[in-house]
Design a protein around this ligand. Structure first.
Ligand SMILES: [Zn+2]
Length: 360
C-alpha cells in the first residue's frame, strides 16, 4: 500500500506543471493537421497548417465587438531544426482590452499556451512582433512568464503596450532590422524588412526557404490598414518600394511569383467587393508578389497625384471605415489598396485641393 502511495505521489510531483494546465483546459492535439490547409479549432483559436511545421493561428476576435476586436488577428508559428519562432501574439484575453471591446476570458493564458506547446513541442521558442499594437502584442505576458524572449523591432512605441496592457517595456528585447536575422536551423532563416507607415518600426519577415513573407499590418489589405497622413504615406511608399526592390534582387522570378504573403488580418483579404466594387469578390486566401508590387505602385501613384487622371490606373472612391465609421478615401491600383484621408493625399502630392471642401 505504501509503495502504491509513493508511486502516486511521484507521478503527481512529476506532472505538477503539466497537470496545472491540463486541469484548466483540455489538451491541444495537432493530430488533425496533416495536409496543407488542414485546420483544427481549439477554444477561441483556429489553427491552419500552411507549410511543413508552419502554422497560422487565427485569433477570432470577439464577434460581439463593433470596434477593433471584431476582426481578430493572425499569428504564425514556424518550426526550424533547432528552434521555433512565433510571429505576433494576438489580442489580450488575459485582462482584455476595452478600446477594442475585447473582454477577458477564463483560462485565456492556459488556452494560448496549450496551443503553443502543442505545436512547438520540445523545441526552444522565441517570439517576435511585427509592431506594438494591442491586437498583435496582447498575449506577451503569457510567454514572458515562461521566460521566452520576445523580440520587438526598433522604432516601435513601447508606451503603447504599457498603457494598453500594462506591459513593462523592459520585457521586450529590441532588434535592429538591418542586422538581425532569425535562423531557426535546417535552412529556415527569417530576415526582417522594415516597412514604416502603419507604425514607425513595422517589421515584415521574409523566409525564402518556404517562399513566404509575414507582413502583419505593415502591408495588408483592408480598411484598418490606414495611413493617417502625408508623412506616413511617403515613408510607407518609400519602404514598400525598397522591399519590392530587395525581393527582386534576392529571389529569382519563379520564386517571386510563388511568394505567399501572410498578413495580420487575413479576414480582410476577402472583404466583399473591396477591390472590384462592381464585380463582387476575389478569392484571396493569401496574397502574393503581384499584391506587393501593386502596393508600391499604388503609393507612388498617389504621391504623383495620379488619381486625378482616369487613365493612370489609380482609382479613388469614398468608403466608410468599418471601425471608425468615418468616411475615408480608398485608393486602389490593381490589387494594391491604400486608405487615407483625401486631403492628406493632396498634401502628399503637393497639389492644392480644389472642388472638395477643406477638411475641418
Ligand atoms: Zn492589427
Amino acid at each position: 500500500m505504501l509503495k502504491k502511495w509513493l508511486a502516486l505521489a511521484a507521478i503527481v510531483l512529476g506532472l505538477g506543471v503539466q497537470s496545472a494546465i491540463s486541469q484548466a483546459v483540455p489538451a491541444f492535439s495537432a493530430a488533425g493537421l496533416v495536409k496543407l490547409g488542414d485546420s483544427v479549432r481549439y477554444g477561441s483559436y483556429e489553427i491552419f497548417k500552411i507549410g511543413e511545421g508552419i502554422y497560422q493561428l487565427k485569433d477570432q476576435g470577439d464577434p460581439r465587438s463593433v470596434k477593433g476586436g471584431l476582426i481578430g488577428a493572425d499569428m504564425y508559428i514556424v518550426l526550424g531544426k533547432d528552434k521555433a519562432l512565433m510571429i505576433d501574439l494576438g489580442n489580450n484575453y488575459m485582462i482584455g482590452y476595452k478600446q477594442d471591446e475585447i473582454l477577458p476570458r477564463k483560462n485565456a493564458k492556459e488556452e494560448f499556451l496549450a496551443v503553443v506547446d502543442g505545436l512547438v513541442g520540445k523545441l526552444p521558442l522565441e517570439a517576435t512582433l511585427t509592431h506594438a499594437h494591442p491586437d498583435h502584442d496582447g498575449m506577451t505576458m503569457a510567454l514572458i512568464e515562461r521566460k521566452v524572449t520576445v523580440w520587438m523591432p526598433k522604432g516601435e512605441d513601447l508606451q503603447g503596450p504599457k498603457t494598453q496592457h500594462g506591459i513593462d517595456p523592459a520585457v521586450y528585447t529590441s532588434f535592429d532590422h538591418q542586422t538581425k536575422t532569425f535562423d531557426l536551423g535546417g535552412g529556415r532563416v527569417l530576415t526582417p524588412l522594415m516597412v514604416r507607415g502603419h507604425t514607425l518600426g513595422c517589421a515584415t519577415y521574409l523566409m525564402p526557404s518556404d517562399d513566404m513573407i509575414f507582413t502583419g499590418d505593415c502591408l495588408g489589405i483592408g480598411a484598418g490598414r490606414s495611413l493617417r497622413g502625408a508623412e506616413s504615406l511617403k515613408m510607407w511608399s518609400d519602404d514598400t518600394q525598397k522591399l519590392v526592390d530587395y525581393i527582386k534582387a534576392t529571389l529569382p522570378p519563379y520564386q517571386r511569383y510563388g511568394l505567399k504573403v501572410y498578413t495580420g488580418h487575413s479576414v480582410e483579404n476577402v472583404i466583399p467587393g473591396f477591390l472590384n466594387i462592381n464585380h463582387g469578390r476575389l478569392d484571396l486566401s493569401y496574397l502574393d508578389w503581384r499584391f506587393l508590387q501593386d502596393q508600391a505602385l499604388c503609393g507612388n501613384a498617389i504621391l504623383k497625384g495620379q488619381w486625378l487622371n482616369p487613365e493612370s490606373g489609380l482609382h479613388y472612391m469614398e468608403i466608410v471605415n468599418s471601425q471608425t465609421r468615418q468616411k475615408v478615401s480608398l485608393f486602389t491600383f490593381g490589387i494594391g489598396a491604400v486608405e487615407m484621408p483625401v486631403a492628406e493625399a493632396f498634401k502628399a502630392a503637393g497639389i492644392k485641393m480644389y472642388d472638395e471642401p477643406a477638411a475641418k
